[in-house]
Design a protein around this ligand. Structure first.
Ligand code: ATP
Ligand code: SF4
Ligand code: MG
Length: 326
């Protein structure tokens, strides 16, 4: 069995609307290790959701994957036919969307939506599917599943919709679950419950999870590994503990420096001085130059640095002058 279940290499995506082109993902590379949780972290607009949607090939029509490779269990997803992709989506790799309400169909009852996931992929009749839908709703911790099953998304809270989405995404027991900011719209207590649920999935079923978040507290609590995105690029990646205690990239370093450390809980990303660059042109230089306190001539004269492991380090960074404490 492959230890790496998803391997992303040099994935690039751009959006083209009437008058703007956005280079949203630029040579993104990372690996998802089977049964582990990888957190994809970054400020708003850094390209996290774009990467997630590219993995399932569910990008909106204005997006084009301009290059790169995504191997799923050793097979190239970029070359798969729609039919082959349908066999993978939902069944082997599923996604919980960032907006729980938008992720559900507003005009179909919750019970029917869960049941439909089952009937469209498994050999079950409608009655069996409805009964199983109730079990699924119960398993994701929803009180009174019978009532929830009859409800429509607008009648539920954000946290309840998020649980329904988790139920739908995990109904077919996928090997990989992509959870796009599954907790950001929720209050702290519900956030903790949802995270706990994801951890249970990983422990009980060995689900591999790509957890998208902008919260380092969530990272510290739930992720084995982290990849940090900045302006469409992965600028640092490695084991969570290593990354959080010895960040190598000036951006990660600045982000972590803004967090309250003593309680160890972390928190959401805070703004660091300056703004991320516009993504309307492909980066010809390191995109962090305008905000970086460690710029050297090489940064201004060479293409963006590749993600590599500095000699003696235990994780990877894309920087010509990483913060290095030996
Ligand atoms: N459908 C779209 N059409 C045009 N541009 C888009 C579209 N979706 C995203 N973008 C642009 O692509 C870039 C990356 O967006 P993306 O949603 O992937 O970022 P993100 O890291 O998920 O942000 P957030 O934390 O706010 O969810 C942004 O500049 C965004 O404006
Ligand atoms: S490559 Fe240069 S500009 Fe970019 S983050 Fe590293 S030191 Fe700063
Ligand atoms: Mg997003």
């Amino acid at each position: 069995m492959n230890e790496t279940i998803v391997s992303v290499r040099d994935l690039s995506v751009r959006y083209r609307t009437k008058d703007v082109t956005t280079y949203a993902a630029d040579h993104v590379s990372f690996d998802l290790a089977r049964g582990k949780v990888l957190a994809l972290v970054g400020e708003s607009g850094s390209g996290k959701s774009t990467v997630a949607m590219a993995l399932l090939r569910i990008l909106p029509t204005q997006a084009t994957i301009t290059g790169g490779s995504v191997l799923f269990d050793g097979r190239e997803l970029m070359d798969m036919s729609d039919r082959e992709l349908r066999g993978i989506r939902g069944r082997r790799m599923a996604m919980i969307f960032q907006d729980p309400i938008a992720g559900l169909n507003p005009v179909i009852s919750i019970g029917d939506q869960v049941a439909e996931t089952l009937t469209s992929h498994l050999q079950v009749n409608k009655k069996e599917a409805k009964a199983r839908a109730l079990t699924i709703l119960r398993e994701v911790g929803l009180p009174d599943p019978e009532r929830v099953a009859k409800a429509y998304p607008f009648q539920l809270s954000g946290g309840m919709c998020q649980r329904v989405m988790i139920g739908i995404a995990t109904a077919l027991d996928p090997e990989v679950l992509i959870a796009d900011e599954p907790t950001s719209a929720l209050d702290v207590t519900v956030q903790a419950q949802i995270l706990h649920q994801l951890q249970q999935l990983r422990e009980k079923r060995g689900t591999t999870i790509l957890l998208i978040t902008h919260d380092f507290g969530v990272v510290a609590q739930a992720a084995d590994e982290v990849a940090v995105m900045y302006a469409g690029r992965v600028i640092e990646s490695g084991a969570t503990r290593e990354m959080l205690t010895r960040p190598l990239h000036p951006y990660s370093h600045a982000l972590l420096a803004t967090l309250p450390r003593l309680d160890g809980a972390g928190g959401p990303l805070h703004a660091i001085p300056g703004a991320p660059p516009s993504l309307s042109e492909p980066s010809e230089r390191c995109p962090f130059i305008p905000r970086c306190g460690k710029v050297m001539n090489v940064c201004r004269n060479e293409p963006p640095p590749a993600l590599v492991r500095p000699e003696g380090a235990n994780h990877d960074v894309a920087c010509y002058n990483p913060i290095w404490r030996g």
